[in-house]
Write a protein that binds this ligand. Structure first.
Ligand code: MG
Length: 204
């Protein structure tokens, strides 16, 4: 099982970090040790002083494929969950300044809390109109809608599968909307698809 992630997929989020709008999806990966399931607490690591939340919809791949055409991409994922792409923004900034890879800023232990429940794709009448959000300590911090993605699910699958053979169980974090920000010890994070809370955990 691999975890793929898309960076800079929502225009308003690109602006807030002063990043360039990409011509193609920005791809990075996280190891399986990044996953946090069962609403387990996230332990704030000592190597960063600026861990940011990025709430994202997550696709689960259901069949093997490479060089998938966009028009067939919908056959390759069967369910959608919600997760947090925790980012050590200070380490990421250092890496960006030097043109170095993001691995330690994005892939550290526990950097991918993920809902245990994945909603079947058939539950969604329109994949280009899905709302999702993140609430921290009772206040809304991020809300997004898939209509705002620069690269929709089908394009992401087609593009990723040019480079990587996708396999059942692989996960794709599809990018975060605007509103990213730091978390602190004691914060309670809840992530929703539409109005259903699917993920809830504490920062310790
Ligand atoms: Mg992200």
């Amino acid at each position: 099982m691999r975890i793929f992630a898309i960076g800079r997929n929502y225009a308003e989020h690109i602006k807030e970090l002063n990043n360039e709008r990409p011509d193609e999806p920005v791809i990075f990966t996280k190891p399986d040790t990044a996953l946090l399931r069962q609403n387990s607490p996230f332990y704030y690591p000592d190597f960063s002083k600026d861990i940011h939340h990025e709430v994202e919809l997550v696709l689960r791949i259901c069949r093997e494929g490479k060089n998938i055409e966009e028009k067939f991409a919908s056959k390759y994922f069967d369910s959608i969950g919600v997760g947090i792409d925790f980012t050590a923004r200070d380490l990421q900034q250092k890496a960006k300044d030097k043109g170095l890879p993001w691995d330690i800023a994005k892939g550290f232990n526990g950097s991918a809390p993920l809902s245990d429940t994945f909603k079947p794709v058939s539950d969604f009448p329109d994949l280009t109109n899905i709302n999702f959000k993140l609430v921290v300590n009772g206040s809304l911090k991020q809300s997004g809608n898939t209509s705002l993605m620069l690269f929709p699910f089908s394009y992401i699958i087609a593009y990723l599968s040019k480079f990587f053979t996708l396999k059942p169980g692989d996960l794709i974090f599809t990018g975060t909307p605007k509103g990213v920000g730091p978390v602190a010890v004691g914060d309670k994070l809840s992530a929703y698809i539409e109005n259903e809370k699917l993920l809830e955990f504490e920062v310790k």
